[in-house]
Design a protein around this ligand. Structure first.
Ligand SMILES: Cc1cc2nc3c(=O)[nH]c(=O)nc-3n(C[C@H](O)[C@H](O)[C@H](O)COP(=O)(O)OP(=O)(O)OC[C@H]3O[C@@H](n4cnc5c(N)ncnc54)[C@H](O)[C@@H]3O)c2cc1C
Length: 327
């Protein structure tokens, strides 16, 4: 009997491509499929992104399963869960992998509840244990530690993979040529129980896509100093971010929060001023290629992550950096 498939689930994002992190999930899924002798399937809900077939092939998927339905046109949790539950009942996957994002948090646990699967959120790895069963490693306590879960006893498992858990690696032997299967689904009876009454402010470029981010934290001292962050971000051609306390204090909009409960970013340059480097903040920026930190405390945790550290008062250093960047 064939091993139960490993499924990576994704959907079209506003950018017109696969969800951020789909390539990482495919990389991990390919490893698990290889170790268990299972097929790797990329499952796409809603409109098929242009890049889906090419990406699936590049990352070694055996097939692309596509559930096309008007109800899946835009992200709608109830319809997505319904479609996924039907798919799981039909295909009995061993593992459904998601990249973890705000949307996934609404879908993955509910899917697991619907189909009686086990669920692990904040996953960083899935491997095959000594006894041949799957094991999922996940970050816990806000990223301060990791737990290893033995995945046994349930018919299938849902694992949401934290952003930046691993690097995407295309299949070594070159691209595969996955078949595309259109999966039918009856979503006519689905009623969305959550109604969007106001869209969050989402004008302009997104922090998740930014190449350069300048973020400020409580060390700025007061809301009036956040303009230094905005000015430096603008001078460098980047976007301004923030730590959670200054969002909670109302200095800046919540759309600018970086971290575990904010935006997960992966810029080329992340400059953090007056930010201590708590694990929950670093969860949203530690994948940056270069981190530069300004902090008055030489022992601040952020310096453990920073390639370049400036020990000093950010209210003195930021104006100098703005001047230099503008020249
Ligand atoms: C479940 C959970 C989820 C969370 N999610 C997030 C999240 O998504 N994002 C997030 O950011 N946090 C999050 N937090 C909060 C997190 O734990 C920290 O409390 C927070 O990141 C600290 O923010 P901060 O670094 O701005 O402030 P602080 O920890 O108060 O640090 C301020 C830093 O500024 C330095 N400083 C002070 N004055 C100056 C100066 N003049 N010049 C330079 N440096 C100075 C200090 O030395 C200090 O290191 C979460 C917490 C929990 C429990």
């Amino acid at each position: 009997m064939d091993a139960k498939p490993i499924v990576v689930c994704t959907w079209n994002e506003s950018q017109g491509g696969l969800t951020v992190g789909a390539e990482e999930a495919l990389t991990l899924g390919r490893g698990v499929a290889g170790a268990t002798g299972a097929k790797l399937r990329l499952l796409v809900l809603g409109p098929l992104p242009e890049a889906a077939m090419e990406t699936a092939g590049r990352f070694g998927a055996d097939a692309v399963d596509w559930i096309e339905d008007a109800a899946l046109e835009a992200f709608s949790p109830d319809a997505y869960v319904e479609a996924l539950a039907g798919y799981c009942q039909q295909e009995s996957p061993a593992l459904v992998l998601f990249n973890q994002a705000a949307d996934t948090r609404l879908v993955a646990p509910r899917l697991a509840g619907r189909v009686g699967a086990g669920v692990v959120m904040n996953g960083v790895d899935v491997s095959v244990g000594e006894g041949g069963g799957l094991q999922a490693t996940a970050s816990a306590y806000g990223g301060d530690t990791q737990m290893v879960y033995e995945l046994s006893g349930a018919p299938s498992y849902v694992v949401a993979l934290s952003a930046n858990a691993l690097l995407p690696e295309p299949a070594e032997g070159g691209p595969t040529e996955p078949e595309c299967r259109v999966i039918s689904s009856d979503l006519s009876g689905v009623q969305e129980r959550v109604r969007v009454i106001e869209q969050a402010r989402a004008e302009g470029p997104r922090l998740e896509d930014a190449d350069i981010i300048v973020s400020g934290g409580r060390g700025l001292g007061g809301p009036e100093n956040y303009k230094l962050i905005e000015q430096l971000a603008e001078a460098l051609g980047g976007l301004a971010g923030a730590s959670r306390p200054i969002v909670d204090e109302g200095w800046v909009d919540s759309s600018q929060q970086v971290g575990l409960t904010g935006k997960i970013t992966r810029p080329a340059l992340y400059l953090a001023a007056g930010i201590s480097g708590a694990s929950q903040h670093m969860a949203g920026c530690s994948a940056a290629k270069t981190i530069v930190a300004i902090n008055s405390d030489p022992d601040a945790a952020i310096f453990r992550y920073a390639r370049y550290g400036l020990v000093g008062d950010c209210l003195e250093i930021l104006p100098e950096l703005i001047r230099a960047a503008r020249q």
